[in-house]
Design a protein around this ligand. Structure first.
Ligand SMILES: Nc1ncnc2c1ncn2[C@@H]1O[C@H](COP(=O)(O)OP(=O)(O)OP(=O)(O)O)[C@@H](O)[C@H]1O
Ligand SMILES: [Mg+2]
Length: 457
């Protein structure tokens, strides 16, 4: 029995307008479900639209042609799929859909939140939609398991939380499967400048360990995906994620996805289990979608034991905060390691932090790149080498600014040069020590919305 049935006796708020539930019910009475099962989706929709048309002609209100077409569509959407969510899911410019109870639906478009003028007829209908969504991944939502986080077969990430945990009714959040941007596209969009992209490419090929940090939804996964494009295709890459969002372009990629516990609370396979397993798979690189717990220590140890060139994302509020965050997460392991030792591990393991930021106008960009410049057994020191300097926001509320660059610390220059990478001039590359590496083309794109980035050693 679905949650909707158990809930149907509860308080319901009837939305104004046509009673979709009634027409949907009438449709189900009239249509032959066995016949319907033999049709494909398009034929099914056509058949249902025809039947609804007949029912409305006989029993329905008088409507204009447009209103009638809209009503038919809504009834069929309801019967077939996800009701009011269907047109939103069909719109590629919508990146996130947030349903806060039946009468409040928000979407994110171009980084901005807007409330839309649509809702569910009542709470039961919302529960029914939620049931349908989570049933696709063999999960269920009810009072005994009131929270579900899942990825749909179509790639969308879905989170559901219902009463008694949610105090405003069922809440559904759908994150559109993030589009895979290449690094040059991110440069075009102003998410970073060309000099920084060239530098990060060198970092990846030189097998530095890179942490991508930022708040929720700042574009960490998107950036990690773009960054992974610099990994040479000759390498064996293992990716580990909670919900597989990365879309690596290389041939030799092994994708691992963690598994939540089953209804009895058993059988979970964590990111941590997968990190440990990945190390036995002869990876050239391990890429972890996000660390948020004890697996952080395993990741640090992996980075410190020859699995360099790793990349990972973490939630943090600044580049500096990233180090503290990693420290805290690593200490969540049951292996009790003194803080000093953890700090030492971070010092040796992490080479660079890319911090991403979402500005007031919804734009997402690299806010800072900092490199770890402290040596073994020294306290951790982060040196910013790229910073986005924002101008005061004008009346148009559009964020503008420019990227400033600083010279790389000498040890890092040596590391890059020994890996055969040229140090871009913006980062003090002219004074690089021998042996000289063959120069790489720097490209000519640059971030819109700001003056040409200046190398300011
Ligand atoms: N530079 C960018 N410009 C515009 N949109 C972007 C950019 N980077 C990411 N996005 C979009 O922002 C949304 C969130 O991106 P993403 O999933 O990469 O964020 P995240 O930081 O990994 O989120 P979470 O914290 O939930 O894991 C996606 O829809 C993505 O397509
Ligand atoms: Mg992410």
């Amino acid at each position: 029995m679905g949650l909707k049935n158990r809930r149907e006796g509860g308080p319901e708020q009837q939305a104004a307008g046509p009673d979709i539930g009634h027409w949907r019910q009438r449709l189900l009475e009239e249509v032959n479900l066995d016949d319907l099962a033999t049709l494909d989706m398009a034929q099914r929709r056509a058949r249902l639209e025809k039947v609804v048309g007949h029912i409305l002609t006989r029993e329905g209100p008088v409507l204009s042609t447009r209103e009638r077409a809209q009503l038919v569509r809504r009834i069929v959407d309801e019967a077939l799929g996800l009701g009011v969510l269907e047109p939103l899911l069909a719109d590629p410019s919508v990146t996130e859909i947030m349903v806060n109870g039946p009468n409040s639906v928000y979407i994110e478009r171009l980084g901005r939140l807007t409330r839309i003028d649509m809702g569910f007829a009542n709470e039961a209908q919302l529960y029914q939609t939620i049931d349908r969504i989570v049933a696709q991944v063999n999960r269920r939502v009810d009072e005994s398991s009131p929270m579900v986080d899942a990825r749909l077969p179509t790639g969308e990430r879905v989170n559901v939380i219902v009463p008694p945990l949610s105090l405003i009714g069922p809440v559904l959040t759908i994150r559109r499967f993030p589009r895979a941007f290449r690094m040059d596209e991110l440069v075009q969009m102003g998410a970073l400048d060309e000099h920084t992209a060239v530098l990060l490419g060198a970092f990846v090929r030189a097998r530095l360990n890179i942490v991508i940090a930022g708040g929720t939804g700042t574009g960490k996964t998107t950036f990690l995906n773009a960054l992974s494009g610099f990994v040479p295709s000759s390498e064996r890459i293992v990716t580990i994620e909670d919900s597989a969002e990365l879309q690596l372009q290389q041939d030799h990629v092994i994708r691992l996805e963690s598994r939540p516990p089953n209804i009895e609370g058993e059988g979970a396979i964590t990111i941590r289990d997968l990190v440990r397993n990945a190390l036995r798979m002869r990876p050239d690189r391990v890429i972890v979608g996000e660390v948020r717990g004890a697996e952080t220590l395993d990741m640090l140890q992996a980075m410190n034991t020859g699995h360099d060139g790793s990349m990972v994302t973490v939630h943090a509020n600044s580049a500096e905060d990233t180090i503290y965050r990693i420290e805290t997460l690593a200490s969540m392991s049951e292996v009790k390691i003194p803080y000093d030792a953890i700090r030492d591990q971070i010092n040796n393991a992490v080479n660079a932090v890319v911090f991403l930021d979402r500005a007031v106008d919804g734009s997402r960009r690299v806010g800072e790149v900092a490199v770890v410049s402290s040596g073994r057994r020294e306290s951790i020191e982060l040196t910013p080498v790229v910073k986005f300097e924002m101008e005061p926001v004008g009346l148009d509320r559009v964020v503008r600014g420019r990227y400033v660059h600083r010279s790389l610390p000498p040890e890092l220059v040596t590391k890059l040069v020994f890996a055969g990478e040229a140090v871009p001039a913006a980062f003090g590359g002219t004074s690089q020590p021998p042996p000289p590496a063959p120069p790489r083309p720097a490209g000519n794109g640059r971030a819109p919305g700001g003056p040409p980035p200046g190398g300011t050693p």
